[in-house]
Design a protein around this ligand. Structure first.
Ligand code: GTP
Ligand code: MG
Length: 297
């Protein structure tokens, strides 16, 4: 009888290359928010993939980049430290962009674990020759264990990705219950879904200046709903005005979209109330960052 295997697989790369889209596609459920804006993910998020004879725990991480404020420095640390406690690294790149990741590759040097180059967004390439060119452009940068082209969006070659990873898992027990898919609490997922809708509805500095916390959750047995009150924190009153929008239209749309997705994703019928509050310079204040759940977990 073959023994059971289990291990951790970090998903790292620049912002916006499709790391969260990949973890969601692998797990088959939305556990990590996604958006066309860079710096969407701010925490380490586990996705648990369990089969009869192995358990693979994927670790979604914030995009690695050299941010100026303390929030970005803090979340970059989360990403960088994630490669130290895993069995395999998936280094995800966007094949429509040229290589510009020397600062990330430097972190791989000295690692004793395999690093695979995952070439994402191949649906955007015209033919196979395009993939060869991308591989060539990364070939000399590091001794990768292998090159895996995929489309996270279209779920292309994800089976092959899993098959490639299994031999690299060490022998080990189940780390999480079989039916568990993620370490995200429902409450955290709610605040993240609200933030995701904000990312879609705002531009420039606003999406990055926003944090969301759930203030209260109260069951309403009469209506069989949960009353959720969430606080959206911004840095300036101008950002508050932008978020609220003309006649409160924008915040209303954000709330409606978030509520609908929370209802269907978490299977909880909620009644959502959103509040916007200005907290000056929260992104540079260690205490605020900690209170908002950013940093060491
Ligand atoms: N065409 C195409 N687009 C993709 C693919 N995977 C992801 N995207 C898009 O790329 C954008 C970024 O996706 P995310 O999954 O949020 O990227 P990320 O790497 O997690 O970004 P950060 O959290 O900011 O580091 C979104 O608009 C996705 O729809 C893919 O395979 N093909
Ligand atoms: Mg992400």
């Amino acid at each position: 009888m073959s023994s059971h295997k289990s291990g951790f697989v970090a998903i790292v790369g620049r912002p916006n290359v499709g790391k969260s889209t990949l973890i969601n596609a692998l797990i088959g459920e939305k556990i990590s928010i996604m958006s066309p804006k860079p710096q969407t993910t701010r925490n380490r998020i586990l996705g648990v993939y369990t089969k009869d004879d192995y358990q693979m725990i994927f670790v979604d991480t914030p995009g690695m980049h050299k941010g100026k404020d303390l929030l970005n420095k803090t979340i970059d640390k989360v990403a960088v430290s994630s490669i130290n406690d895993v069995d395999v690294v998936l280094f995800v790149v966007d094949c429509t962009k040229g290589p510009a990741e020397d600062h990330i590759i430097d972190y791989f040097r000295g690692l004793k674990i395999p690093v695979f180059l995952v070439i994402n967004k191949i649906d955007e390439l015209k033919g196979k020759s395009g993939i060869d060119e991308v591989i060539l452009s990364y070939l000399g940068s590091y001794e990768y264990e292998g090159f895996i082209p995929i489309s996270a969006k279209d779920h292309t070659y994800l089976d092959r990705l899993i098959e490639t990873l299994v031999p690299h898992l060490p022998e080990g027990p189940l780390f999480f219950p079989k039916e568990m898919k993620s370490d995200q609490s429902e409450q955290k997922m709610m605040s993240e879904l609200i933030r995701e809708k904000i990312l879609f509805h705002t531009e420039q500095e606003v999406p990055h200046a926003v944090a969301v916390v759930i203030e209260s959750l109260e069951e309403n047995p009469e209506l069989n709903t949960v009353d959720v009150s969430a606080l959206i924190i911004v840095e300036r009153s101008t950002q508050k005005m932008i978020l609220i929008g003309k006649n409160g239209e924008k915040i209303k749309n954000i709330g409606t979209e978030a509520r609908k997705e929370i209802n269907s994703l978490l299977n909880t019928k909620i009644h959502l109330t959103l509040w916007v509050k200005v907290k000056k310079d929260w992104r540079n204040r260690p205490q605020d960052l900690k209170a908002l759940g950013y940093g060491d977990e």
